[in-house]
Every structure is written in C-alpha cells, then in structure tokens.
Design a protein around this ligand. Structure first.
Ligand code: 5CA
Length: 161
C-alpha cells in the first residue's frame, strides 16, 4: 500500500498540482539529503540532481534561490553579475523562514515567499533531472524545461568558463 507523503512533501506535491504539473513526489527509504545521496538513491548522475540553494543579498538581505546542477559549485562572483550585489550563505533559520523547508529538502517551488530564482544552464545537459521535494527523503523527477516553467527562474551560467 502506498503511504501518504509527509506533510512537507505533500505541500510540494500540492504546489506541483496547483501549477498544472503532473510530476509525482516520491519518498525513498534512503536519505536524499545531499546531491550525492540523492543520485545514489535514484541511480542517476550527481549532475542530474537539481539542488535548490538559498543565498542572501549582502546589501538588501533578500533571499535568492539558485538551482544548481549537483555537480557544480556556485561561483559567487559570477552570480553577482546577475543579482547586482554580493551574496552570502545564510544560516539554516533564514533558509527555513524564507522557504518553509529545512536544509536537505528545500524544493525548487512551493516556498513560503516568492524567491528571485536563477537556474544553472548545465541542467540542460540532461533529458531528466531530479529535485528535492520538501523533505530529506523526498524527490520528484522533471525535465529542465519543466523546472524553468515551474519556477520562472532565469537560466544562467553559474560557474566560470
Ligand atoms: N535533497 C538534496 C538533493 S536535491 C538537497 O537538498 N541537496 S542540496 O545540496 O540542495 O541541499 C543541501 C545544501 O544545503 C548544501 O549544498 C549546502 O549548501 C546547504 N547547507 C547545508 N548546511 C547548511 C547550513 N548549516 N547553513 C546553510 N546552508 C547549508
């Protein structure tokens, strides 16, 4: 029998459904807290994990969502060119306040507040990718184009050449 989703994962499923997307949130036995764990759990490449990272504008203190390929590290100098200010890494409380989810399960949509969003162009190397779904054991499969449609994010290069 299928177990009901945990409340935070169900919120992501509800956000998908409300947006007209038929992607299905799944909960796994294994941890999907990190990109490496998530990739191992679903049997994909680390680069196929879309990790939703929260940054904070140093001047404005506004939250910025950067959805990066699991294989990439965000280059903060490159990102400053798009955002217009330097970025810092916020603490776990800020992440929870702004998104409504704990680190390790932050999804790309369904947040407590709308977030200025950037998407790593390297995700388009893959036909299918996976994103966190509100909980450190929950994921959903999607395409890069669906990710862009769900989030309204700007597709950019987040690393240096
Ligand atoms: N569920 C997985 C795969 S989608 C996941 O959420 N991975 S993740 O990479 O998007 O989220 C973990 C990220 O949270 C780490 O990359 C790291 O940037 C961030 N993080 C971990 N600990 C902290 C912390 N104490 N404060 C701020 N950010 C943190």
């Amino acid at each position: 029998m299928t177990q009901p989703l945990k409340a935070s994962a169900q919120r992501v499923q509800d956000a998908l459904t409300a947006g007209g997307f038929d992607n299905q949130v799944i909960e796994l036995e294994a941890s999907t807290r990190t990109s490496a764990e998530a990739a191992a759990a679903v049997g994909c490449e680390v680069g196929q994990i879309a990790k939703s990272l929260i940054f904070k504008g140093k001047r404005t203190k506004k939250p910025i969502l950067i959805i990066a390929s699991g294989a990439n590290r965000v280059d903060e100098k490159v990102m400053k060119g798009y955002v217009g200010e330097r970025l810092s890494r916020p603490d776990a409380d800020f992440v929870r306040e702004q998104t409504g989810y704990a680190i390790g399960g932050v999804p790309p949509l369904g947040h407590a507040h709308p977030l200025e969003t950037y998407i790593d162009q390297d995700l388009w190397r893959y036909d299918e990718i996976w994103a966190a779904a509100g909980h450190p054991n929950a994921l959903f499969r999607l395409t890069p184009d669906e990710l862009a449609a769900m989030t309204g994010g700007r597709v950019v290069r987040i690393t240096r050449e």
